[in-house]
Design a protein around this ligand. Structure first.
Ligand code: PGA
Length: 259
């Protein structure tokens, strides 16, 4: 089977205002990124909602795709403060990031809520990138596979092989997010292989071998190769180090030269 295309995704969280978004894009457009131009990897940006329109206008020039960091599962209605799938499609989004640990931890999103969003995204033609991962306590007490397995199973419930094949997962150990303490390549590879086996069990081998599973958590230009040199790891979801254009460029270039 053909190798999966690598994905480098930028999660900007609650950072940047319009002028900074525009200057990032202008700067990034000056770079030469052969792996992107040759279609050997894909770039996906997750800016804050108010700036998706900037990507709609300028994102294509970076040969990038983009998506929102969250959405609600209904198409419209009395849901003050929420954003609906058709709005994301209107902003040119192909993707939506769902179940990030900050959404789960700070805003109380449960597996059931994430699942409703995943189903809504798939039925609207958006690709969900679903974040899963364990706390340090869960890792140390040995329940990490139970935790991540349950998160993955919740997402896959009731999906056919075609639908499951349109998902992407990001394995983001919570103890590695924004802490400067990344997982090592072996830990990432082990969990990503486990996620893929879980997809195979629930949705079949074809879906499992086609879906991208990324690593996220303190990815930087100097450590990206640790992950992308591993067969199982299909790229990275990058927070802090994606805010600076040169840093994100170096993550892509170093990540793609690792194999
Ligand atoms: P980080 O964030 O790269 O700043 O650790 C990753 C994420 O939360 O997606």
């Amino acid at each position: 089977m053909a190798a999966r295309t690598r994905i480098f995704a930028a999660n900007w969280k609650m950072h940047k205002v319009e002028e900074e978004v525009e200057s990032f894009i202008q700067e990034f457009c000056n770079y030469t990124l052969p792996p992107v131009e040759e279609g050997r990897c894909r770039l996906v940006f997750f800016p804050p909602h108010p700036y998706l329109h900037v990507f709609k206008r300028l994102g294509g020039a970076m040969k990038a795709e983009w998506g929102a960091q969250n959405m609600y599962h209904e198409d419209k209605g009395a849901f003050t403060g929420e954003v609906a799938p058709p709005m994301l499609l209107d902003m040119g989004c192909r993707w939506v990031l769902l179940g990030h640990s900050e959404r789960r931890g700070i805003f109380g999103e449960t597996d059931a809520m994430v699942k409703r969003k995943v189903d809504a995204a798939l039925s609207r033609g958006l690709r969900p990138m679903v974040c899963v991962g364990e706390t340090l306590e869960e890792r140390e007490s040995g329940v990490l596979f139970d935790k991540v397995g349950a998160q993955v199973d919740a997402v896959l419930e009731g999906l056919g092989a075609d639908e499951a094949g349109r998902l992407a997962f990001a394995y983001e150990p919570i103890w590695a997010i924004g802490t400067g303490r990344n997982a090592d390549g072996g830990q990432a590879e082990e969990m990503i292989a486990f996620i893929r086996s879980r997809v195979a069990r629930k949705a079949g081998e074809a879906a499992a071998s086609s879906i991208p599973v990324l690593y996220g958590g303190s990815v930087k230009p100097h450590n990206i190769a640790e992950f992308t040199s591993r067969e199982e790891v299909d790229g990275a979801l990058v927070g802090g180090a994606s805010l600076d254009p040169a840093s994100f460029r170096d993550i892509v270039l170093n990540g793609m030269s690792a194999r």
